[in-house]
Write a protein that binds this ligand. Structure first.
Ligand SMILES: *Cc1c(COP(=O)(O)O)cnc(C)c1O
Length: 492
C-alpha cells in the first residue's frame, strides 16, 4: 500500500523513490508531428545519458499529492505558536510582503543609475535614519545579510578605528551567556576571545569585567537583554569600565522587540550594535531565506562604515563610495533590499507608538508564561524577564525526565518545542520566547500543555520517553542521525 491514514487526515508518506510504476508519466502531450530521432545518432555516446536506475515514474496527481502531504508535515508560525527563544518566531504582517512586491521596487535593476533609483535610495536612507532613532546611534549600514554578518562588520569597524589610533588590540570579551555567533565573529575577525562569568543573577559580574578589561581588549560584546531574557541593568557602569580602558562596547541587538521604543543602546553607552530585521522587523525567520543585519554606530565609527553609503544632498539621493577609511564592501550591491523594504513598511505601519506597544506585549507575554509555569518548572533566575524566559528540567530530573523529553512531549500536544539546552550556562535550559503576536488563548494552551507534561513526568515518566508518538516520525537517535545520515528514508 502506498500510503495509509495515520490519524484522521494526517498521512504517512513514503519517499518518492518507492512510489509510481515504470511507464507512468506526469505529462501527456501530442508530438506535434515532429519525427522522433535517436539522440545517440545525433549527439554521440558521450553526450547521452544511459538509463537512470530506480528513477521514480509517477503521474501528475501522484507527484502533487506527495509534495502536498510532505508540506502538511511542516510546522511554522502560520500553524501555531513557535516559542523558539532567541529566534523571535512571530507573525509578520502580510501587508509588508505586499509592499516588498511592488513592481517599482521589485523590478528595479541593481545596476540602475542613482538618478533612476531615487525612490529605493530614499527608502534605504529613511530606514537607516529610523534604525538610528530606534537604537539611539548616529549612522547605519544596511548591507549585512544576517546577525552574524552584522557582528563581523561591526568588529571590522572597531578594529579599523583602533588601528587608526595605533593599535588594533588582540582580544574581545564575551559573557558566558552569549549567542554562539558572537565568539565566532570575533574569532573570524582575528581576535582571541575571553569569557566573562555571569553572576548568580544572570548578569555580567562587574568585578570579573573590571579584572579582565585592560588595554589589550578591543571590545566587550554583550547582548542586552541578554540571552537569559534579563536586562543588564548596570549597562552604563559596564560601558564606563570598557571605555575607560579605550575599548568599544558592541551590543548584539538581534532581539530588539524587547526594547524597541522603550530604551536606546546609544543612551547605554553602546558604540556599535546590529539588529536582525529578520527577527524583529517583519521578515520571516527560520526558513533559510534572506535576512538583514544592519549595523548602527556612533559618529566616531562612521568613517569606517562599509561602502557604498546612501547620502542625500539637496533632496537628491546617491550611493557614495568615496570614503577612504571605509572597511570596504561587505555585500553585493546594497544588501538584501526586499528585507529592508519589509522593515521600512513595518516601521511606517506600526509608528513609534506601535513599536513600543509591540515591545510591551512581547515582555508581558513572556512574563505571563513565567508566572504560569514557575510552580511546575524550575526558574533558574527569579528576576523579571523581558521578551523571553528560561526554565530548566531540574524538578523533572527526579523522575528521570529531561528537557529533551519535555520538548518531545510538546510535539504530541501540538506545539513546537522552545529552544533547548541554550543558553549553555543553565543546565537543561528551555528558552521560551512567545513574541508579541500571540493571543492570551494561545499562551494559555501552551502553558496547559507544559503543565500537563509536568504532571505526566510525575505520574507516568516512561510515557514521555517515547514522545513524540503522534508525529510522522518518532524519537530520532540524534547521534546516529548526525553521523550516519540515511537520506533516503523508508517510512512504514
Ligand atoms: C539570532 C541571533 C544572532 C544571529 O543572527 P543570524 O541572523 O542568525 O546570524 C546573534 N545573536 C543573537 C542574540 C541572536 O538571537
Amino acid at each position: 500500500m502506498k500510503s495509509q491514514l495515520q490519524q484522521g487526515h494526517s498521512f504517512i508518506e513514503k519517499d518518492i523513490f518507492s512510489q509510481g510504476s515504470p511507464g507512468r508519466s506526469g505529462i501527456d502531450i501530442p508530438t506535434g508531428g515532429i519525427p522522433s530521432v535517436d539522440p545517440l545518432s545525433i549527439l554521440g555516446q558521450d553526450s547521452v545519458r544511459g538509463a537512470l536506475e530506480g528513477f521514480p515514474e509517477l503521474t501528475e496527481p501522484e507527484v502533487i499529492r506527495h509534495y502536498t502531504r510532505l508540506s502538511q508535515w511542516n510546522y511554522g508560525v502560520d500553524t501555531n505558536l513557535y516559542p523558539l527563544g532567541s529566534c523571535t518566531m512571530k507573525h509578520n504582517p502580510r501587508v509588508n510582503e505586499a509592499v516588498a512586491r511592488f513592481p517599482g521596487f521589485a523590478n528595479l535593476s541593481p545596476f540602475a543609475p542613482d538618478s533612476s533609483a531615487q525612490g529605493s535610495l530614499r527608502v534605504m536612507s529613511d530606514l537607516a535614519k529610523w534604525l538610528c532613532e530606534i537604537t539611539g546611534l548616529d549612522f547605519a549600514t544596511l548591507q549585512p545579510a544576517a546577525g552574524a554578518h552584522g557582528e563581523f562588520t561591526g568588529l571590522l569597524m572597531i578594529r579599523a578605528a583602533l588601528k587608526q589610533r595605533g593599535n588594533a588590540r588582540g582580544k574581545v570579551l564575551l559573557p558566558d551567556s552569549s549567542h554562539g555567533t558572537n565568539p565566532a565573529s570575533a574569532t573570524l575577525c582575528g581576535y582571541t576571545t575571553q569569557t566573562i562569568k555571569s553572576g548568580p543573577d544572570g548578569k555580567i559580574d562587574l568585578e570579573e569585567l573590571g579584572g579582565a578589561m585592560d588595554e589589550t581588549v578591543a571590545a566587550l560584546m554583550l547582548t542586552n537583554p541578554n540571552t537569559l531574557g534579563i536586562f543588564e541593568s548596570q549597562i552604563e557602569e559596564i560601558s564606563r569600565i570598557v571605555h575607560e580602558k579605550g575599548g568599544f562596547v558592541y551590543c548584539d541587538g538581534a532581539n530588539l522587540n524587547a526594547l524597541m521604543g522603550k530604551a536606546k543602546f546609544g543612551d547605554m553607552g553602546v558604540d556599535v550594535c546590529h539588529l536582525n530585521l529578520h527577527k524583529s522587523f517583519s521578515t520571516p525567520h527560520g526558513g533559510g531565506g534572506p535576512g538583514a543585519g544592519p549595523v548602527c554606530v556612533t559618529k566616531e565609527l562612521a568613517p569606517f562604515l562599509p561602502t557604498p553609503v546612501v547620502t542625500c544632498n539637496d533632496g537628491k539621493y546617491s550611493l557614495d563610495s568615496d570614503r577612504p577609511q571605509s572597511i570596504g564592501r561587505i555585500h553585493g550591491f546594497t544588501g538584501n533590499f526586499g528585507v529592508l523594504l519589509r522593515a521600512a513598511a513595518y516601521i511606517l505601519s506600526m509608528g513609534a507608538n506601535g513599536l513600543k506597544e509591540a515591545a510591551e506585549a512581547a515582555v508581558i507575554n513572556a512574563n505571563y508564561i513565567k508566572a504560569r509555569l514557575e510552580k511546575e518548572y524550575h526558574l533558574p533566575y527569579r528576576e523579571p524577564c523581558l521578551h523571553e524566559v528560561v526554565l530548566s528540567d531540574k524538578l523533572q530530573n527526579k523522575y528521570d525526565v529531561t528537557t529533551l523529553d519535555i520538548a518531545k512531549g510538546l510535539i504530541d500536544r501540538g506545539f513546537h518545542p522552545p529552544t533547548i539546552y541554550f543558553p549553555l550556562i543553565v543546565k537543561g535550559a528551555m528558552l521560551i520566547e512567545p513574541t508579541e503576536t500571540e493571543s492570551l488563548e494561545t499562551l494559555d494552551e501552551f502553558c496547559e500543555a507544559m503543565i500537563d507534561i509536568a504532571k505526566t513526568a510525575e505520574k507516568d515518566p516512561a510515557s514521555l520517553k517515547n514522545a513524540p508518538v503522534t508525529s510522522p516520525r518518532g524519537r530520532l537517535d540524534e547521534a546516529t542521525a548526525a553521523r550516519n545520515p540515511q537520506l533516503r528514508c523508508t517510512l512504514c
